[in-house]
Design a protein around this ligand. Structure first.
Ligand SMILES: *Cc1c(COP(=O)(O)O)cnc(C)c1O
Length: 427
């Protein structure tokens, strides 16, 4: 086993454990899913690389879990952020930037005519649900097993046992009443979807159209179309959570790629260009139910924050057709190379432009149960080997790799070399 310097990060981790639960501010950062490793403490990022506090350099395939489609410290984004910050970091009053960003988003995302900005994807999901419930006069929600929509009480839900359709909380502290109106259905299961939408009157059918929080598990042919059809036929709103996929798999997200249009769209991550910004949007008719146009409440001290908006605009400005072709080529090269590097280790690599997952499985993964059946211990051992060789993969198989425009052929090459050696170690 190659060893990396970790004196300073050991020391920081010990201190962090005294003051931050688990030493972190979001659980996956603790890297517990891959076992026997301390978190990475970051000193700085440069393009597609991270340098930790001990001076180790990593090719970064996490890129802050999705926002950094241009890579770290991109000069155009930094200039925009600096200029915005110098003019004042927050006003709690409208600015030109938020109007420009709203126009730009609505130009790109087919299902968004109008939008409301928030500070996090969680908040956008929470408010989109409130809007769907207000618009339909219904309370029930359908979500898919393995999909993540932020830490909203009603969506921290898992399927109940046996024939119970009512979901149960997936975290202590979530009241049973909060998930009682949620029904959880297996992804890609047409029969279960048709059954559930026949049995319940839903306010919203919620989906990550390219789910990437159980690893990337794309929809099977016709599944998104079926979702659209069931929503329309039953009077439910179709809500696409494109917090990851929006501006990543294509300029207009999965809805542009597939032509399946939701009633409401949740956006985040790339939208804020590395600063906290998210949004939910849809038709003018639905969005004008939001206060003060209508009376569905949503507000936020830092909503539409001028610095975050500047970072978002500067990021979107670089995302043209050429950029997506390049991002696709990088992702495809990585996917092909990883499949080849695996040798005798059974893996299934799934990818879409800017998203990729290596499942340690000998059969294609089509739902959450399939993702859970993978050899997660071996995935963890493989990740530790990659980290020891200067490559930072998502330290959980339930998270996607996030290639960026800063990743070059050389980064892919370096990664594949490390992956080759890492597969050999775990074969
Ligand atoms: C990250 C994520 C969220 C939550 O966004 P936060 O900004 O972390 O609150 C919601 N939905 C999806 C699909 C996500 O990946």
């Amino acid at each position: 086993m190659i060893s990396v310097r970790d004196t300073r990060s050991q020391e920081l981790y010990a201190r962090a454990l005294q003051y931050l639960p688990g030493g972190v501010n979001s659980p996956v950062r603790a890297m517990r899913a891959i076992g026997r490793r301390n978190p990475l403490f970051v000193e700085r990022g440069e393009g597609a690389e991270l340098i930790d506090v001990d001076g180790n350099t990593f090719v970064d395939w996490v890129c802050s879990w999705g926002p950094l489609i241009l890579g770290h410290a991109e000069p155009g984004v930094l200039d925009a952020v600096e200029e915005a910050a110098r003019a004042g970091t927050t006003f709690g009053a409208p600015t030109a930037g938020e109007v420009e960003l709203a126009e730009e988003v609505s130009r790109r995302i087919p299902g968004v005519e109008m939008l409301r900005m928030t500070s996090s994807g969680t908040e956008a999901a929470m408010s989109a649900i409130r809007l769907a419930r207000a618009a339909t006069g219904r309370e029930k929600l359908l979500k898919f097993a393995g999909a993540y929509h932020g830490h909203v009480d009603g969506l921290l839900a898992q399927a109940g046992s046996g024939l119970a359709t009512q979901a149960i909380p997936s975290s202590p502290g979530v009241p049973a009443a909060a998930t009682a109106a949620t029904v959880v259905v297996p992804w890609n299961d047409a029969e279960a979807l048709v059954r559930a939408t026949g049995e319940h009157e839903f306010a919203a059918l919620l989906a990550e159209p390219f789910p990437a929080n159980m690893g990337l598990v794309p929809p099977e042919a016709g599944f998104l179309e079926l979702l659209r059809e069931r929503a329309s036929a039953t009077g439910a709103l179709l809500v696409f959570d494109e917090v990851i996929s929006g501006f990543r798999v294509a300029g207009g997200g999965v809805q542009e790629l597939t032509g399946v249009l939701p009633d409401l769209t949740i956006l985040g991550k790339v939208l804020g260009g590395g600063l906290p910004a998210a949004a939910f949007g849809g038709s003018r008719e639905l969005m004008e139910l939001i206060a003060p146009a209508g009376d569905v409440y949503h507000g936020g001290t830092l909503s539409g924050n001028p610095v975050a908006v500047a970072a978002g605009l500067a990021t979107l400005a670089q995302l043209d057709e050429q950029a997506y072709l390049r991002l696709h080529a990088t992702t495809a090269a990585l996917a092909d190379g990883l499949r080849e590097a695996a040798g005798t280790v059974p893996v299934e690599v799934s990818f879409a432009t800017g998203l990729l997952t290596v499942f340690f499985s000998d059969e294609p993964v089509r739902d959450y149960e399939g993702a859970r059946r993978c050899d997660l211990d071996r995935y963890g051992a493989w990740c530790r080997q990659l980290l020891a060789r200067g490559v930072y993969p998502p330290p959980s198989q339930f998270e996607a790799w996030f290639p960026s425009l800063a990743h070059t052929a050389e980064h892919v090459e370096r990664t594949l070399e490390a992956a080759h050696a890492a597969f050999a170690e775990v074969a």
